[in-house]
Structure formats: structure tokens, C-alpha cells
Design a protein around this ligand. Structure first.
Ligand code: AMP
Ligand code: MG
Length: 410
């Protein structure tokens, strides 16, 4: 069992956990249109050429490039309008030398044409005749067959986290269903004798269980399926029973609370009682979030997060979110959106500890300013008022107003 006095840096802590994160290999097929945020389970390649017909990339006139050679404003090329290409239909016209056909962006290039003159570079003479005032080269303003994707070309590989543009491109190739890994299930266990469900008016000394739901929302944001368990009282037996239930129903188990001195050892004893390797890390040089537990029971990662609402959210973001992505089969952990900003005020810290401070962002004189929101106690509300969290690196004993900080956006 790891003990709280050997506090690790966040990076060291992560590297102890990482070898115990095994991607789940359960695969299902889902409609591509509903695959946002899912992780692709197989490599994909284009089953067809895209486009499958030569298309115009401009509004203008389909022409034979050679008919426009040498055309200028003063000496334009005169072209006979042979017809119009309708959208969504095979080009009905066939160009003979000296002819052009009106065409729209995305229209199918007619037979005989090999380029498109932009409408801006033409002048109408009469209904049957135009002037081209610039020459075009063969293939100009035309998207060739297979130019976007050639049949057989690799598109997305196994382990890709599907984004809106991926969905669009898969569908454009006719790939309407995709194999993806199952969503990771994350069990959230709220612990504490003081907790009541959010629907209940808390009596004296009681508070609402909010963590389970805020953490469930974070899990959902990372593409997992959260499973919120009933509130567990601070007793070894009830904690152990809840943990067993969680291990049966979920891939990842997260305890919230139980970091106070009286109960601190209980969570880690319960985790150790469930199987090997048990607790891997207990204590991280983080603020908020020092009493964090990282563990694994067999192939299932387990986390003991401090009950303080903000601590639980910060530590979830640092450890549980990347663990979810790993189990999801993601090849690359998605980068969180971060900006650089100048600190508006000093932030105290201690060297050897990573601090996370909620900040409000404001644009001033062309610079992005990060103004710390120091909450008196409940940092959760500071997170509500803030736009992101600034990170004070491990080696810094605080940061001065005017220094650049990295702000991870909420
Ligand atoms: P603990 O880590 O159990 O010592 O809890 C630290 C603080 O967080 C205490 O003030 C708890 O009341 C509070 N807390 C613990 N669990 C929750 C929860 N599920 N929702 C909201 N606050 C909590
Ligand atoms: Mg507690």
C-alpha cells in the first residue's frame, strides 16, 4: 500500500498508473451519423473514388482549354454557348471545338471539356455567345476523379477519435456505419455520512451530493458512460460492497470523498482488499488534490478523489479523463484547449507543487489577461465564475503579475 507521505509529482503519479490502463476491446457498429466522439476500431480506406465524376470547382463555363489560349481583355476568345449543365445530372451537352457550357460549382464536366473559365473572366455577348478574357490551363478549376480520395486510399486509422469532419468525410464515401470501441463505463461512488441526494433539503450538518453528478458530467464529456451509484456511508463494509458492485458494472471506478484523516485509509484499504495491484499512488503534489489515490484492481483502474468539489474536478481532469481516453482505445490523447495569458495578479504557490487556479480571461490592450478568482472556501463557485484554470508549474514558488501562464479552458 502506498502511503500519503510519499507524495509524487503529477507526472510520476501518471506514469505509475499508465501501465495498468488497458484499452477495452469490445467493438460495436454504429451509424456514422451518430459516431461523434467515438473511437474507430478498424482502419478505414476509401471504397470508391471521390469525386466519382470530374466536377467544376467554380461557377463559370466548361471549355476546351486550348480554345482559350492567348485570350485577353483586348483580344478575347469567342465561344459558342452549347448549353447548361444542370446540378445533380449527367452533363447533357458534348462540347465541340469553340464551344462552352454554363456550369455551376460541383456540376459535372461535360464530355469534350477539360477546364472551367470562372464566370468573372467571361463577358456575355448575346444569348448564344460569350467572351473569355483569360486563358485557362487543362484541368484548371476542375476536381478530377479520385482527387479528394482515390479508391483504396487510407482515410482514418484504428484508434482515431471521430470528429465532425471525419463523420462528413466517411459519409461522403458512402461509409454509413462504422466499427467503434464500446464506450467506457465509469462508476461514481459518492461517500460520506454528511451527504444527501440533491433533491433532499439537507438537515443541519448535511450537504448535497454534487460531486457524483459533476464528475459524471466530466466522464460523459470524455465520451464515457457514467454510472452514478447510491451514496455510501463511511464504513468499511458499505464501501467495500459498493466497490464490488462498481467493479462488476463498470470499467473504471471512482470514489469521491474519503480523503479526510478519519476515513483516508479506509478507501485505500478497501481498494487493496479487492485485488492486485491495489493502490499505486496515494498523494500527489497538487493543489487542489493532494490526497488523490490512483489504483488498479486487476485490469480495472480505480481512483479515490478528494471530496472537496473543486479538488475532485481538478483531479478527475488530470487523471481520470486521460485514463478514459486510454481505455477507449484512443491512439493519441486529445489535447485540452489551452491559451497563454498574462497574469493580472500574483499567484502564491510552493515550489514542488503544481497549483491550479481558476481564472477569468479578459482582453486588454491586445493582450489576454488571466485574473485569478480566489474563492474563500468553495472553489467550485470560483470555477463557475472562471473561464479556465491557470497552472502554476511544479518548479515555481508562485507566479508574478505580468508573467505568462497556461490556461486550460473549461
Ligand atoms: P472528504 O474528502 O470526504 O474528506 O471530503 C472533503 C469535503 O468535500 C467535505 O467538506 C465533504 O463534505 C465534501 N464532499 C465530500 N463528498 C462530496 C460530494 N459527493 N458532494 C459534495 N461535497 C462533497
Ligand atoms: Mg468524506
Amino acid at each position: 500500500m502506498a502511503d500519503l507521505f510519499t507524495v509524487l509529482t503529477p507526472r510520476e503519479a501518471w506514469s505509475r498508473l499508465e501501465p495498468h490502463l488497458h484499452p477495452i476491446d469490445r467493438v460495436e457498429t454504429v451509424p456514422t451519423s451518430e459516431s461523434l466522439g467515438r473511437v474507430l476500431a478498424e482502419d478505414t480506406s476509401a471504397p470508391v473514388d471521390l469525386p466519382h465524376f470530374a466536377r467544376s470547382s467554380m461557377d463559370g463555363y466548361a471549355v476546351r482549354a486550348e480554345d482559350t489560349h492567348g485570350a485577353t481583355e483586348g483580344l478575347p476568345a469567342y465561344l459558342k454557348v452549347a448549353g447548361e449543365v444542370s446540378m445533380g445530372q449527367p452533363a447533357g451537352v458534348r462540347l465541340s471545338p469553340g464551344e462552352a457550357a454554363l456550369i455551376h460549382t460541383g456540376g459535372m464536366l461535360p464530355e469534350g471539356a477539360d477546364a472551367v473559365v470562372m464566370v468573372e473572366n467571361t463577358r456575355g455577348v448575346d444569348a448564344a455567345m460569350i467572351e473569355a478574357v483569360r486563358p485557362v490551363a487543362k484541368g484548371e478549376n476542375v476536381i478530377r476523379v479520385g482527387e479528394d480520395m482515390a479508391r483504396g486510399e487510407a482515410l482514418l486509422s484504428r484508434g482515431s477519435l471521430l470528429r465532425p469532419q471525419d463523420i462528413g468525410s466517411l459519409l461522403s464515401l458512402g461509409i454509413t456505419r462504422v466499427p467503434v470501441f464500446h464506450r467506457v463505463r465509469v462508476a461514481l461512488i459518492p461517500t460520506g455520512d454528511e451527504l444527501v441526494p440533491p433533491e433532499t433539503d439537507p438537515g443541519p450538518g448535511q450537504i448535497r451530493n454534487t460531486n457524483a453528478f459533476a464528475l459524471a458530467a466530466l466522464a460523459a464529456k470524455a465520451g464515457a458512460v457514467p454510472v452514478v451509484l447510491d451514496i455510501v456511508r463511511d464504513s468499511y463494509e458499505s464501501l467495500q460492497a459498493a466497490a464490488r458492485q462498481a467493479l462488476e458494472t463498470a470499467d473504471i471506478v471512482v470514489f469521491s470523498g474519503g480523503s479526510s484523516v478519519s476515513t483516508r485509509d479506509m478507501t485505500s484499504r478497501v481498494i487493496d482488499s479487492l485485488g492486485k495491484p491495489g493502490v499505486l499512488v496515494h498523494g500527489v503534489s497538487l493543489r487542489p488534490g493532494k490526497p488523490t489515490i490512483l489504483a488498479a484492481v486487476g485490469r480495472q483502474p480505480a481512483f479515490g478523489l478528494p471530496g472537496n468539489p473543486a479538488s475532485s474536478m481538478v483531479t478527475f481532469g488530470i487523471f481520470v479523463t486521460p485514463a478514459i481516453y486510454r481505455l477507449s482505445g484512443c491512439r493519441r490523447l486529445p489535447q485540452s484547449l489551452a491559451v497563454k495569458a498574462r497574469l493580472a495578479r500574483n499567484i502564491p504557490s510552493a515550489a514542488g507543487r503544481e497549483d491550479y487556479v481558476p481564472v477569468k480571461l479578459e482582453e486588454k490592450g491586445g493582450d489576454l489577461l488571466a485574473d485569478p478568482v480566489f474563492g474563500k472556501s468553495n472553489f467550485l463557485f470560483a470555477m463557475v465564475r472562471g473561464d479556465g484554470v491557470a497552472r502554476v508549474p511544479l518548479d515555481k514558488g508562485g507566479m508574478m503579475a505580468g508573467e505568462w501562464v497556461e490556461v486550460t479552458l473549461f
